[in-house]
Design a protein around this ligand. Structure first.
Ligand SMILES: *[C@@H]1O[C@H](CO)[C@@H](O)[C@H](O)[C@H]1NC(C)=O
Ligand SMILES: *[C@@H]1O[C@H](CO)[C@@H](O)[C@H](O)[C@H]1NC(C)=O
Ligand SMILES: *[C@@H]1O[C@H](CO)[C@@H](O)[C@H](O)[C@H]1NC(C)=O
Ligand SMILES: *[C@@H]1O[C@H](CO)[C@@H](O)[C@H](O)[C@H]1NC(C)=O
Ligand SMILES: *[C@@H]1O[C@H](CO)[C@@H](O)[C@H](O)[C@H]1NC(C)=O
Ligand SMILES: *[C@@H]1O[C@H](CO)[C@@H](O)[C@H](O)[C@H]1NC(C)=O
Ligand SMILES: *[C@@H]1O[C@H](CO)[C@@H](O)[C@H](O)[C@H]1NC(C)=O
Ligand SMILES: *[C@@H]1O[C@H](CO)[C@@H](O)[C@H](O)[C@H]1NC(C)=O
Ligand SMILES: *[C@@H]1O[C@H](CO)[C@@H](O)[C@H](O)[C@H]1NC(C)=O
Length: 441
């Protein structure tokens, strides 16, 4: 394993025209940042799984129980190995969560060599484990059963790239954990950090699974993955090339963009820069956040229309990932946010008032304009299923720069993360969607 470069605390590689603005900003992020990554593989790997019990009868019971589980597992495999395609209109996005401690979780977060500390909830003190045991059951069909080997075969000699914000990075970490367990030999896999790009490679397959940081899609003052302002945001309406260079050769791209366009305050607006300081025609406008989203989408779509080889590249857009910071949405106390939530919301058809479904509709209709060029952008619509999962977030059980102190842990209003997702957990299902599309659709 190569030692990882420690990210420098400086603003590097920002668009030239923005540098002067950037330099004057004391940029710091609370939402998304990571400084250190730990490797704790190995220490759990050889943990004995022996049942240390003298009582013969007890042992027999335990064995019988395990046998039952094995049989159950086999049944699950049989019924779900292939998708149930009997109904063309089967819609994965609507369904319900089934408690399933036999087939879930699909991997161990404690053993995943590539997990990030801010998502590794059980490692940082989360004691309840039910959140790892839910399987998504769509109405009228089953999701195809994820098989890492088959996915890697599909990705042989290919490059898949997630492009977006920390929620998309959350999904990337999930996919890497789902896949890496099937490659026990550490010499056959690697993760490399290079600025905005994090790359996972499976050497035997020459398969690459990357994440590229680009939270606002177009170039912006938030393009540094570690240092960026949360509230003062500037996008460049007509610049995407720098980012596009990082994914133009990909075979599969999964974009996302949602939380960065949400308002933190009622009067929050997006600054949009046209032209450039170099050319002397720089001009700054302020627009509603959601109008900024449309400006960025239009630029992305223009670029895709002009540059993408539709015979080669498959494009997805990951749906909005809901947050659970407003406990009053489900009858809780707002100051606790989602701390101590251990079960999903069971109300069928629940949609949180704070979740904006319309941005995804907007994206879908904009992407529709690419169809005349034969380019299809597929939407991974994971919003509603994630909306149910108020129990799925790291809250205070995470490490950011450091493990939270006792005082911080006792203050969920300020320190609970109810936006990202514990792993194993909800994003594993997002990747089951992705897998299903790649293998069967
Ligand atoms: C799935 O169902 C939802 C709600 O009925 C609908 O809005 C959406 O378009 C459907 N998606 C597909 C792919 O049919
Ligand atoms: C799984 O859940 C069932 C029902 O809650 C419980 O009876 C069983 O002991 C659990 N099995 C394991 C392996 O945790
Ligand atoms: C597919 O799903 C439908 C609706 O749930 C069910 O009636 C049918 O038996 C299933 N077919 C298979 C092959 O599992
Ligand atoms: C996964 O797919 C591989 C290759 O097709 C196959 O050999 C293996 O049995 C599958 N594993 C499971 C658990 O179905
Ligand atoms: C390995 O994969 C890359 C795409 O990630 C591809 O460009 C390259 O040709 C592949 N190498 C071989 C030897 O096939
Ligand atoms: C890092 O990325 C830059 C381009 O952004 C590239 O020139 C350089 O070779 C990469 N370094 C490594 C170690 O991959
Ligand atoms: C894409 O595939 C179609 C049909 O196979 C072919 O006619 C077309 O020339 C291809 N386009 C490119 C850019 O390779
Ligand atoms: C969360 O649970 C812990 C442990 O049971 C308890 O000490 C704490 O007071 C609870 N916090 C809230 C906000 O309910
Ligand atoms: C996504 O699915 C939900 C139901 O889960 C539906 O209400 C919504 O319209 C869908 N959105 C898009 C863009 O397909």
């Amino acid at each position: 394993m190569k030692p990882e470069a420690t990210p420098k605390m400086t603003v590097l590689g920002s668009p030239v025209g923005l540098r002067s603005i950037l330099n004057s900003l004391v940029a710091f992020s609370i939402i998304v940042s990571f400084i250190t990554f730990l490797f704790y593989q190995g220490q759990e790997r050889n943990m004995p799984m022996a049942i240390e019990h003298d009582d013969q009868e007890m042992q027999a019971k335990v064995v019988a129980h395990h046998e039952q589980l094995r049989v159950k597992e086999a049944q699950v495999q049989l019924t779900a190995e292939l998708p149930n395609d009997s109904k063309e209109e089967c819609n994965w996005s609507t369904g319900w969560w089934v408690y399933d401690n036999v087939s879930r979780p699909m991997y161990s977060g404690l053993k995943c060599a590539f997990i990030f500390p801010e998502l590794s909830c059980d490692k940082y003190g989360r004691k309840d484990v039910m959140y790892q045991h839910w399987r998504w059951q769509p109405h009228g069909c089953d999701l195809p059963r994820f098989n890492a080997t088959r996915l890697l075969e599909k990705l042989r000699n290919k490059r898949l790239v997630f492009v977006g914000d920390s929620l998309n990075r959350n999904q990337w970490v999930s996919l890497v954990c789902m896949v890496e367990a099937s490659i026990p030999d550490d010499r056959l896999k690697i993760r490399v950090f290079n600025g905005s790009l994090i790359s996972f490679k499976a050497f035997e397959y020459n398969a690459t699974i990357d994440f590229y940081w680009s939270p606002l899609l177009v170039e912006s003052n938030s393009d540094d993955p570690i240092i960026h302002r949360v509230e003062y945001r500037i996008i460049r309406a007509d610049r995407i090339e720098k980012h596009a260079n990082a994914w133009r050769d990909a075979d599969i791209i999964i974009f996302n963009s949602y939380v960065w366009w949400r308002k933190h305050k009622a009067d929050m607006r997006m600054k949009v820069m046209y032209g450039s300081f170099e050319d002397g025609d720089a001009r700054l406008e302020e627009v509603e956040m959601v109008d900024g989203f449309e400006i960025a989408l239009k630029k992305l779509i223009e670029w895709l229309g002009d540059n993408i080889d539709k015979n080669r590249t498959r494009i997805f857009f990951a749906g909005s990932s809901p947050t659970h910071s407003w406990a009053s949405n489900w009858g809780g106390v707002n100051r606790n946010k989602c701390l101590n939530e251990t079960e999903p919301i069971y109300k069928v058809g629940y949609k949180a008032a704070s979740t904006d479904y319309s941005m995804m509709e907007k994206a879908k209709s904009y992407f529709g304009t690419l169809e005349q060029k034969g380019i299809c952008v597929e939407i991974l619509n994971i919003t509603e299923l994630s909306d149910y999962r108020k129990d799925g977030h790291p809250t205070v059980f995470r490490k950011q720069f450091a493990v939270l102190t006792k005082e911080q842990m006792a203050n969920p209003a300020s320190y609970a993360d109810c936006m990202h997702w514990c792993l194993p957990g909800v994003p594993d299902v997002w990747n089951e969607f992705l897998y299903g599309y790649l293998m069967y659709k």
